[in-house]
Design a protein around this ligand. Structure first.
Ligand code: SF4
Ligand code: MSK
Length: 625
């Protein structure tokens, strides 16, 4: 017998989402929540991480009754191998994204990307200086070429460490070196994890986990950081600006084009094309008042940070955005794009357009997007969206609510500029206890958790305790919709944050960008630690991914912990089948790297745990609690 669908009020905290879930049920459109119900209960072995498919002597499922796989691997080995590969999938995703930015820089240097340019020349020179490239008296393109070569080499096997480790405090680097955790090359660590987890290789769980941490560090301080930094160089370093969020940013009288995925290389061109007068004129000919480019997930974050485009929604809003019936096109690059979007687009007039050969969707309109032909292709894509406006069924359009104001664009450069050019005022605010500490809340939605309940709940609890919150990824839209990303949100904060953020005219929750931009947060932590002459693990800081789902979120969590940052997860990864692995994650890592994970599904308890940690770290620095 088919299960009753769960009540809509249990699925999400948002009115715009509830309205669209009702519409979906009315119109017979299946969503992620329906499919979760179909998939529940999940396989217990898979949930515990105790199933192995690494060779054809198996697959094996180990338990108390049958404690070893055919080859003899026990639960510890199997869980560690599975988690190692899981993290590696995430590191590969971020880092391949980073590589794509290096390839665009290469095309610019070679004159093969006429529609792209180096927008932030100052940042390019600063970066080059940081990785030891001579900049004095040299031409921009010569330095860019050297930087491109240096970053490509960070992916290979000929370096002892990735170049942006220049930012990491010496004491932390020494710790990594002692543990064999220093990330050498991004692709090398990823390949080595696949090797180690082949049958008959690394059969010592802690040893596998050390390499998982090294792979995650190669992502955080390598692939992701390169992705962030080169996106700034090419498209401009973000500065504070206002925008809006929620489904009401979709406009009934406009051609609505949603950009989704992670990489700004395609979407920046789409936005530029959509702003061309000929495109707008054609949209008007068809009866629209203009073209509205809005964001989903992290491609949305990238364009929000730099160009101020509105955010239609986060991960669990992507299906619902199409269900408004007012979206002419969804243009995707890669990562976190549910394949269901193709089917849902097919229920409306929406054109689903994919743009990357490495992320194709059966049933989509495909563009093999290339730097050389970027603007021409972007115009073709925008034209498809415009022409689709004529096919819209006005009777099926429903756009709920009103957009909410948000402030965005807090790169480290922008923050330091707002502070008068140095980190000193931030250090003083921390020392005085006005800002007691900081927590980065990052990551996704997961239909197993009431949509955005923990993302918003934890953010509110922390700012009450004068703990500054930095958000990236899908937490951004959650915080924005809850009214936390505007200066007026200081009314929800404790007295210290209210004083400092009030004086600066900034929100107590700062939007720091997309998933790869978590590298901005670890860079800030490293800069603070260097300023104070301590290790990152000595700082009163933490990280959290309350509603995470993806391999990438696991990689982010592990590079945060390995960098010395106490990290919360709202639910555990699939590791509970091994006591050794679980204990290492939630306590053993503390002895090795000075930080660990903690798992807690309750927002209030999580905030209390961060509070305790921050008190202890403040005490350690000789500061008042
Ligand atoms: Fe089974 Fe070992 Fe093969 Fe895994 S590697 S499937 S545990 S025999
Ligand atoms: S998009 S990884 S759902 S944050 Fe970066 Fe959102 Fe998580 Fe994807």
């Amino acid at each position: 017998m088919a299960k009753e669908p769960r009540p809509i009020d249990e699925l999400t905290i948002w009115d715009d989402a509830k309205a669209m879930l009702k519409k979906a049920r009315r119109e017979g459109v299946e969503t992620v929540h329906d499919r979760l119900d179909q998939q529940t209960p999940h396989c217990k072995f898979c949930e515990l991480g105790t199933t192995c498919r690494n060779c054809t002597m198996g697959p094996c499922r180990v338990s108390e009754k049958r404690p070893r796989g055919v080859c003899g691997a026990d639960a510890d080995v199997i869980v560690a191998r599975n988690f190692g590969r899981f993290v590696t999938g995430g590191a590969a995703g971020h880092s391949d994204h980073g590589r794509d930015l290096i390839e665009v820089l290469e095309a610019i240097v070679e004159g093969e990307a006429p529609d792209y340019k180096i927008t932030d020349e100052g940042k390019l020179f600063r970066l080059a200086g940081e990785v030891g490239i001579e900049t004095e008296g040299r031409e921009l393109m010569a330095v860019a070429e050297d930087l491109m070569e240096c970053f490509f080499a960070d992916f290979g096997s000929r370096k002892k460490s990735v170049s942006l480790l220049s930012r990491v405090p010496e004491v932390r680097k020494e710790k990594w070196a002692k543990l064999g955790m220093t990330p050498r090359g991004v692709d090398r660590e990823i390949a080595e994890m696949m090797h180690r987890t082949h049958m008959g290789c690394d059969n010592d769980a802690p040893n596998t986990l050390i390499h998982a941490a090294r792979t995650a560090l190669a992502d955080g301080w390598g692939g992701s950081m390169i992705g962030t930094e080169l996106s700034d160089v090419i498209f401009g370093t973000p500065t504070p600006k206002m925008s809006t969020a929620n489904l009401a940013v979709i406009k009934e009288d406009k051609v609505n084009l949603l950009v989704h995925g992670h990489n700004p290389v395609v979407s920046e061109m789409i936005l530029a094309a959509a702003r061309e007068p000929e495109m707008v004129a054609r949209a008007k000919e068809l009866g629209a008042t203009g073209i509205n480019v809005a964001g989903l997930c992290c491609t949305g974050n990238e364009l929000l940070m730099r160009q101020g485009i509105p955010m239609a929604g986060n991960h669990l809003m992507t299906e619902l955005a199409i269900i408004t019936g007012a979206v002419e096109a969804v243009v995707v690059d890669y990562q976190c794009i549910m394949p269901s979007l193709v089917q849902i687009s097919g229920c409306y007039h929406t054109k689903f357009i994919d743009t990357a050969n490495k992320a194709r969707f059966t049933g989509a309109i495909h563009f093999d997007f290339q730097p050389r032909t970027a603007m021409k292709q972007a115009r073709e894509i925008v034209s498809i969206a415009i022409e689709a406006f004529a096919e819209r069924d006005a009777g099926r359009v429903e756009i709920p609510g009103e957009p909410i104001e948000i402030m965005t664009g807090f790169s480290n450069e922008a923050v330091i500029e707002a502070l008068g050019g140095t980190l000193d005022p931030l250090v003083k605010a921390i020392a005085d206890g006005d800002i007691r500490g900081a927590v980065g809340i990052v990551g996704c939605n997961n239909p197993k958790i009431k949509h955005d309940s923990l993302n918003v709940g934890l953010t509110k609890e922390l700012i009450k305790k004068d703990i500054l919150v930095i958000v990236t990824g899908c937490v951004t839209t959650a915080a924005g919709k809850a009214g936390l990303l505007v200066p007026e949100a200081i009314e929800m904060a404790g007295p210290g944050l209210k004083k400092i953020c009030g004086a600066l005219g900034i929100p107590p929750v700062l939007h720091y960008g997309s998933c790869v931009d978590n590298s901005r947060i670890i860079q800030l932590c490293a800069a603070l630690a260097n300023e104070l002459g301590v290790d990152i693990s000595d700082l009163p800081v933490g990280a959290s991914s309350p509603e995470w789902y993806s391999e990438k979120a696991a990689a982010i969590g592990l590079y945060a912990v390995a960098s010395g940052i106490y990290t919360h997860l709202g639910h555990p990864p699939n590791i509970l089948g091994s006591e050794t692995v679980t204990n290492l994650a939630v306590s053993g890592l503390e002895d090795l790297v000075g930080a660990s994970f903690f798992i807690e599904p309750d927002a209030v308890k999580t905030a209390e745990m961060f509070d305790e940690r921050i008190k202890a770290k403040r005490k350690g620095l000789g500061l008042s609690e």
